[in-house]
Design a protein around this ligand. Sequence first.
Ligand code: PRT
Ligand code: MG
Length: 226
Amino acid sequence: MSLDLTIAVSKGRILQEALPLLARAGIVPEEDPERSRRLILPTGRAGVRLVVIRAADVPTYVQYGAADLGIAGKDVLLEHGGAGLYEPLDLGIARCRMMVAGLPGATPAPPTRLRVATKYVTTARRHFAAQGRQVETIKLYGSMELAPLVGLAHCIVDLVDTGGTLKANGLVPLELIAEISSRVIVNQAAMKMKHDPVKALLAALADAAGVPATASGGRAGAGGGG
Ligand code: PRT
Ligand code: MG
């Protein structure tokens, strides 16, 4: 069995923030991942290659062992559920908060059934179920902020960073669901079968991120914020 390692990284803002950190661990892709059409990129660290894919696909690749490790937002991990994954490192990058937001004073009290528009239907349902609230979720793929403005939903569950997008649309944050940052995930079988190279890579990434390397971390996707 090859002890080479494949790391799946979310493209977009996570990749932008992860690249300098990966570089400190010697992982410099041989081509610019934002420009290259190649989907598998060899790197300057021996035996390590990157695949750069859609954020929501990262846990899937790692769960099935198509990639040994991944870098994904906690938002995506909460929604995925974390089956087959360890989450040993919080890289502390691409930070934001997952929140319920809506028009001020426009969210109905029970027993009215709340209509929630979101890309995170599983996480949203779990959040409201923990409050004993059954909600109707409406799956959207982007521009969640529009939904309350046009009467599609009472509120949204979305990521908030500066709050500028909410504000620009007259929406207010209502409830915090989870603090979000990007995490390193590891395929549970790879953690066993490729233990030494995986451990070495995790130590290098922890060092690059300036965070403590933990044992194997918990199962990914579990819990609210941490
Ligand atoms: O392209 P694809 O559809 O696959 O995904 P994407 O477009 O959502 O990817 P991208 O590049 O935006 O990266 C998404 C990941 O970055 C998320 O999974 C988070 O882990 C992380 N992240 C961190 C964020 C934000 N901060 C963030 N602010 N992702 C999205 N936002 C959006 C938010 O959805 C909202 O529309 O930014 C807007 C709010 O920002 P503020 O500053 O106006 O509050
Ligand atoms: Mg995008």
